[in-house]
Design a protein around this ligand. Structure first.
Ligand code: ADP
Ligand code: ASP
Ligand code: MG
Length: 412
């Protein structure tokens, strides 16, 4: 029988009633003849609560134990979803990541999926089971320890299962009815897209649009998974949601197709480091070893052989970054006068494959922000995106004014 993957995010399984509602949707697909793999997230708020427990217990936690704690939310919803389906007379069984087993790297708290053996679940389908409910977000490391895939990782679990089982489609059910030109919770003018290219979705996701985890888009692109984002609160329909697909299938042609933001950014400045060969390696090596995800980097012009080095990273990694740099200083590998952490910044980005062929996008972006009196602290560009770091208090204003400036509410 053809296989369908259906993923339900936190809001879609937030209460027993919502689990029931989701299970009914699963039942509809089973009735159509699909064997269904359901991937569930933890009930909304659960993972945040668990992360909070970990941080309170141990601010510079051991990531193996972080994973042991934060993976548990999904176990609850997987079991409850299987029970709900059984109550509806749909033969269902739950799996935790290690039972499948979802084999991952041992990069705790942001592990990558390496392999998903299908025999276990396929055998059960063969015995008449119709729905395999799998706890998203989690796997097992080569050492046999529980891993998690990074926040939002259930999306990646879903796409990886769709690829492994050759699923006809991977439906991501969430609390909005598709992918928008920007977060509909920030701009009322955000417009739902019927289709978006893998490339643009990948950029938007990696720049903060959390509707899909970045790696899920990467995997869908690589394995040609038919990926759809839709709401679990709207009536089922074949046209619902947004299809993430190849660039050729998307008709719109405009320089910018979406605005993304990432709220929790920090700007770190090392004041007065020696301007010498190897200094960047001496700074960013220890940061990388400490698991800090450095994003933007700028090195100022040197004066008298000294320079300032600025980089950005997620706010929740500031402590780790400080510790790593202080240790490097103590061991004599680097020398700096001061480390300044600005934790009140955010990143706002404009994304569009049209940028490849149309110029003037950066100028328009900077002018728009300037007209709003917003100061740009750091700029980064690539072929299809422009990102700026600005004060967090201007985030909504920046997103809305850029959405207006690039006329994203209008269809072409
Ligand atoms: P889930 O719990 O279902 O995984 P998430 O909270 O992870 O849901 O992702 C859905 C949220 O993503 C939406 O509620 C919305 O606020 C946010 N979002 C950010 N950017 C976009 C966008 N461009 N289009 C749609 N939603 C977006
Ligand atoms: N529950 C996890 C999180 O909140 C994974 C997910 O929902 O995708 O990040
Ligand atoms: Mg999510």
């Amino acid at each position: 029988m053809p296989v369908l993957v259906m993923k339900f995010g936190g809001t879609s399984v937030a209460t027993l009633d919502r689990i029931k509602r989701a299970a009914k949707r699963v039942g509809l697909e089973v009735a159509k003849g699909y064997d269904v793999i359901v991937i569930v997230s933890a009930m909304s708020g659960e993972t945040n609560k668990l992360v909070g427990f970990v941080n309170e217990t141990s601010p510079l936690y051991d990531a193996r134990e972080y994973d042991a704690v934060v993976s548990s939310g999904e176990n609850v919803t997987a079991g409850l979803m299987a029970l709900t389906l059984q109550e509806m007379d749909v033969p269902a069984r739950s799996w935790q990541g290690w039972q499948v087993p979802v084999k991952t790297t041992n990069a705790h708290s942001s592990a990558r999926i390496e392999e998903i053996p299908t025999d276990n679940i396929t055998a059960k389908f063969g015995e008449g089971m119709r729905v395999a409910v799998v706890a998203g977000f989690q796997g097992i490391s080569p050492e046999g320890r529980i891993t998690t895939l990074g926040r939002g990782g259930s999306d990646t679990t879903a796409v990886a299962f769709a690829a492994a089982f050759g699923a006809e489609r991977c439906d991501i059910y969430t609390d909005v009815d598709g992918v928008y030109t920007t977060d509909p919770r920030i701009s009322q003018k955000a417009r739902k897209l019927d289709k978006i290219s893998f490339e643009e979705m990948l950029e938007l996701a990696s720049l903060g649009a959390k509707v899909l985890q970045t790696r899920s888009v990467e995997l869908a692109m690589r394995y040609k998974v038919k990926l759809r984002v839709l709401s679990s609160f709207e009536e089922p329909s074949d046209e619902a949601g947004t299809l993430v697909c190849a660039e050729e299938e998307v008709m719109e042609n405009r320089p910018v197709s979406g605005i993304a933001y990432s709220r929790d950014e920090a700007k770190m400045t090392l004041v007065s480091v020696a301007d010498r060969p190897g200094i960047a390696a001496a700074i960013f090596g220890p940061l990388s070893e400490a698991g800090v995800n450095v994003d933007m980097i700028i090195q100022n012009i040197a004066e008298g052989g000294r320079t300032d080095m600025t980089f950005s990273c997620p706010t929740d990694q500031v402590l780790r970054a400080q510790k790593a740099l202080d240790e490097a200083k103590a061991s004599g590998d680097i020398n700096f006068a001061e480390l300044i952490a600005d934790t009140e910044v955010c990143k706002v980005s404009a994304v569009g494959i049209g940028m490849r062929s149309q110029s003037g996008v950066a100028a328009k972006m900077f002018e728009t922000l300037s007209n709003e009196g917003i100061n740009i602290k750091v700029i980064a560009t690539s072929e299809i995106k422009i990102s700026v770091l600005i004060d967090r208090k201007y985030m909504e204003l920046a997103v809305q004014s850029l959405h207006d400036a690039f006329e994203l509410e209008k269809t072409t």
